[in-house]
Design a protein around this ligand. Structure first.
Ligand code: PA5
Length: 444
């Protein structure tokens, strides 16, 4: 992976970025030595090198169980950090049309990431006619969206195949000891995996939370971990600032923020990266958006969004910068055919690879946006595969920790996510919320 910040220097100088050298290095050390804010949630820092063979094999065994049983669908139930890491990985690594193609592994679908009645109805309707298993993921065990979805799915599966067989086909990933899901899993005798106490949801992609769904879908979790491990080595406390890509990325976006660039748009030129952006948005949004501070993380998929958001990026409010994930090699090759009529006047492209056109769109867009006042950071990865995703995930995580510390916030809590829950429970007349209920209903 490479980081290119050349197209930022017209907006903030390299000198300014490098003036964060000491602070950024200090914060990398603080992450490793657990001396900064939120230091009880730093288990993810050493995760890639600390995960043991026993755990990896146990994950692979469960994946083999579903594959050998010819389970057609595995429903992964979770939301936020218990969903986005695996969703991002599966979208990135799967065939674009996987839902319509055959595979020798179960098809992984998600639930519990919304409260849409139609979504759940249509899912249950699909499950009526397919064999399926469930992986339910919740650290707390009480998050409303996945808990509601799991109630429905558990009841459906038990009715369909009987309680005993259902127990065999349900796997729970949750806290080691506490919480409603741990209690239920113990009562029912589900197979379980642990979300470590010191790893928060949005930093959990390299725990069983991310690894199990990825393995079930047939992807190589060892390569993913290897990529993360190599990035851990490349961004550790012994690496000088000048060579530490994560520290440079954090310092660059911090200087851009101070210069008034308060929104960062993550851009991908492959639709498969859409959910990597969603994962990244949660990581940075929940980690930095607090105390009335923080860069607003947004995302676009290009070139599609050049025909919608492109106008705003080119000429709208100048408070934005872009970070482009640039992919060097595609998995497949297609050339554009010659057309004798040439009505679309595109014969100058005949014989060129589709990816060459995509790359020129990428470069042309970068220059146009920079000319329009939008600084551009480029993250270059060789290809979309397990190893490079592991690289990328760990890079963004460690950079997020450094970024949060540069900003002066605790990047590992999320106090703001409780406010909506309080109102929702009051509106739904949850016992204990009687007073809140009166107040909130009076405001509607
Ligand atoms: O990053 C986080 O901590 C959150 O997004 C949580 O992952 C999310 O709210 C789901 O929580 P839980 O796993 O407890 O159901």
């Amino acid at each position: 992976m490479r980081l290119n910040t050349n197209k930022v220097h017209d907006f903030v100088s390299e000198e300014k970025i490098f003036s964060n050298r000491d602070a950024a290095s200090k914060y990398v050390k603080a992450l490793y030595e657990k001396t900064g804010k939120g230091n009880d949630f730093l288990g993810w820092v050493q995760l890639p090198s600390a995960i043991d063979e026993k755990e990896i094999s146990a994950i692979e065994d469960v994946a083999s169980f579903f594959k050998n049983n010819k389970t057609e669908i595995v429903v992964v139930v979770g939301i936020g950090g218990s969903y986005l890491g695996s969703k991002a990985t599966l979208e990135a690594l799967s065939d674009n049309f996987w839902q319509m193609k055959n595979s020798n592994c179960p098809k992984v679908v998600f639930a519990g990431q919304n409260i849409s009645e139609d979504y759940l109805y249509e899912l249950l309707e699909l499950l009526d006619t397919h064999s399926y298993g469930i992986v339910v993921i919740s650290k707390s065990g009480t998050t409303t969206e996945p808990a509601v979805a799991f109630r429905l799915l558990k009841a459906h599966l038990e009715t369909k195949i009987g309680k005993t067989a259902a127990r065999e086909s349900i796997v729970a990933i949750t806290d080691k000891q506490r919480g409603a899901l741990r209690t239920l899993a113990t009562q029912e005798g589900y197979r379980t995996f642990v979300i470590p106490d010191d790893v928060g949801g949005r930093y959990s992609v390299l725990t069983p939370v991310g690894l199990l769904p990825i393995a079930i879908a047939g992807f190589d979790i060892r390569q993913l971990l290897q990529g993360a491990q190599d990035m851990q080595k490349a961004t550790g406390p012994d690496i000088p600032f000048e060579e530490n890509l994560a520290a440079i990325y954090a310092a660059t976006r911090y200087e851009l923020y101070k210069a008034g660039k308060t929104a960062e748009i993550l851009c991908g030129y492959h639709p498969k990266l859409l959910y990597v952006t969603e994962w990244w948005k949660q990581l940075y949004g929940e980690s930095e958006g607090k105390e009335n501070k923080g860069i607003f993380p947004a995302g676009v998929t290009l070139t599609a969004d050049l025909h919608s958001m492109g106008q705003y990026i080119q000429e709208g409010l100048r408070n934005i910068f872009e970070t482009v994930i640039s992919v060097e090699r595609t998995a497949h090759k297609i050339r554009i055919p010659e057309d004798p009529a040439n009505l679309d006047t595109l014969n100058f492209l005949s014989g060129k690879r589709i990816d060459e056109v995509n790359k020129m769109a990428e470069l042309g867009t970068m220059l146009a946006h920079v000319d329009g006042g939008v600084p551009n950071i480029r993250i270059e990865i060789p290809a979309i595969n397990e190893y490079n995703l592991g690289n990328l995930f760990y890079f963004f995580e460690i950079a997020c920790g450094i970024s949060g510390y540069l900003l002066g916030v605790n990047p590992f809590d999320q106090p703001g996510v409780e406010a909506y829950k309080k109102n929702m429970f009051a509106l739904l007349d949850k016992p204990g919320y009687e007073e809140e209920s009166k107040k909130v209903k009076a405001r509607i």
